[in-house]
Design a protein around this ligand. Structure first.
Ligand SMILES: [Fe+2]
Ligand SMILES: [Fe+2]
Length: 410
């Protein structure tokens, strides 16, 4: 079935440019165009729209006002902001109702990928009732402004690590947290990093961006009232899983991009737990009490009770945020007992990014038992087969054990 996308901009030239640029998508998308916010709302009152891409500066009803109305009236529609580089201040302040922010001029590939990924992410979640509950949430965490600034800088061309580092350095609080983290045992770097610019040079832009995302996501859930599990423990688990994914990637000599994807996915693999905890608190309480009473695994009980797991919910959020497909799929499948099928191309080492994330998560559960009431994680024979047998897993385990992790949380 065709997906319907609505583009909103007060400048006819921009709409015409989009129409021309996206012509190759005609078979897959029904594309609608509106010259103002009210016109967009009028179209949406008549027909279902899967995603809206709106300009920010428009006379009368501006982009943030329009997207806020859409969030209230059509919560399941994906909301993207498309805006000029100079509008960043405005976007940064009013991005709350926006799932993702793209900068003009936006090339076809970037726009198509971002929209497809976001729409596909919705389909990863099997239980639409729970998804709707989450989609309606007014305060679904949004990408931090600093992340958007870095993305905008990357979209302009090849920025130097210094330029990216300068953006990070302007956010004093975030810089301090990043430096604390990259100098911790989770990174095991041979020398002390004293400035964000240096952190970007040593670890690369993608790693720094994902560290920013993790810090941001965890801090936005800091004030969730009741929590069925320990946030510091989940933080430690996520950081160690990320570090383990890095070690496995190094062990397998993966190229930088694949290694980065594995790292990002491992770092954020349990982000769905936070989202569910914040917005489906009672359901989560039931899940965790069964997990503890019956010594079972969280994802298994979630699937049984709610018809979805935190893995799918996390993937949904990351898809909305436009993270790469490999990352989104790896997060969606981090608990599957059977190997992933039909995921975006595997890695050069004959592995899938999803395999690395799956085993990094398992290794952390195996090495650091953080709740004896949870069932012990054991690799499934099918997934071991998919990576070439238990020998490879044993090698990874050995490599991970030499990392000296654990001093941070214990
Ligand atoms: Fe998980
Ligand atoms: Fe996990």
């Amino acid at each position: 079935m065709k997906r319907t996308i609505l583009f909103v901009d007060d400048e006819p030239n921009i709409l015409m440019g989009l129409r021309r640029m996206l012509r190759p998508m005609r078979d897959k998308w029904e594309m609608l165009f509106a010259g103002s916010g009210p016109e967009a709302l009028e179209i949406m009152s008549r027909q279902h729209v899967d995603a809206v891409v709106s300009d920010m500066r428009m006379p009368g009803m501006d982009g943030p006002q329009l997207l806020r109305r859409i969030m209230k009236e059509h919560p399941d529609t994906i909301r993207f902001a498309l805006s000029g580089y100079s509008d960043q201040e405005m976007v940064g302040q009013s991005i709350a109702p926006t799932h993702q922010y793209l900068t003009k001029p936006c090339d076809e590939k970037q726009l198509v990928n971002a929209l497809e990924m976001a729409m596909e992410a919705r389909e990863l979640v099997p239980n639409k009732a729970v998804l709707d509950k989450i989609a309606r949430v007014e305060h679904l965490p949004v990408l931090p402004e600093i992340y958007n600034r870095i993305t905008a800088e990357l979209a302009k061309g090849e920025p130097s690590p210094k330029e990216i580092g300068d953006i990070v350095a302007r956010d004093v609080g975030m810089s301090a947290n990043i430096l604390k983290l990259v100098n911790s045992a989770y990174f095991g770097l041979p020398r002390h990093i004293s400035a964000p610019q240096q952190a970007v040079i040593v670890l690369g832009v993608n790693v720094i961006r994902s560290v920013i995302l993790s810090l941001h996501v965890f801090s936005s859930f800091q004030n969730v009232g009741r929590v069925s599990f320990s946030l510091p423990m989940l933080w430690g688990h996520s950081m160690r899983a990320g570090a383990m994914a890095r070690t496995i990637s190094q062990h397998e000599h993966l190229p930088k991009e694949e290694a980065d994807h594995a790292y990002i996915a491992a770092l954020l693999h349990d982000v769905g737990k936070l989202l569910m905890e914040a917005h489906c608190t009672e359901e989560c309480e039931r899940v965790y009490s069964i997990v503890r009473a019956e010594n079972r695994r969280v994802a298994e009980v979630e699937a049984e009770l709610l018809g979805l797991t935190h893995a799918e919910v996390g993937a949904y959020l990351l898809g909305l945020w436009g993270l790469p497909a490999q990352v989104v799929h790896a997060v969606a499948r981090h608990h599957d007992a059977s190997p992933p099928v039909g995921t975006p191309a595997g890695t050069t080492a004959g592995l899938d990014v999803a395999d690395i994330v799956h085993f990094a998560n398992l290794l952390d559960h195996e090495i650091f038992v953080f709740n004896e009431h949870y069932a012990k994680a054991v690799p499934s024979p099918e997934r071991l087969d998919a990576i070439g047998g238990p020998g490879r897993y044993a090698d990874w385990r050995k490599a991970v054990l030499t990392m000296g992790l654990g001093s941070e949380d214990k």
